[in-house]
Write a new protein. Sequence first.
Length: 136
Amino acid sequence: MKTSKEKESDIENEIRLSVPENVRIFRNNTGMGWCGESHRTKTGDMLIKNPRPLHAGLCKGSSDEIGWTTIEITADMVGKKIAVFTALEVKKKTGTARKEQLNFLNAVIKSGGIAGLVRSAEEAVKLINGWKHGVE
């Protein structure tokens, strides 16, 4: 059993190793940094000339793990496969999601995607498999 010192990154790594074969998820880092002409000063500091912001990741509140779940369609599209957008917000046992994160999850769900807050690899697999079978 893991201690309370468990990191979300440990849970994320376990999730990526545990999802079914039809699921592809990737770590989604978001943030902002600066880019431009960089110069090292004599003191070792970095000076950026003509700086401009560089935004990384999808958007504020986007989930920790994003990707798709491949689903085979039946009836008139027999044999065709589609990718269903999949978003997993990973939290430790006591972690809570921010408003922006919950808004992102709800937007994915309302659009027909697979999304949810998970605290373990088991919860992630259950969420993904449950979507296919209509279980929430």
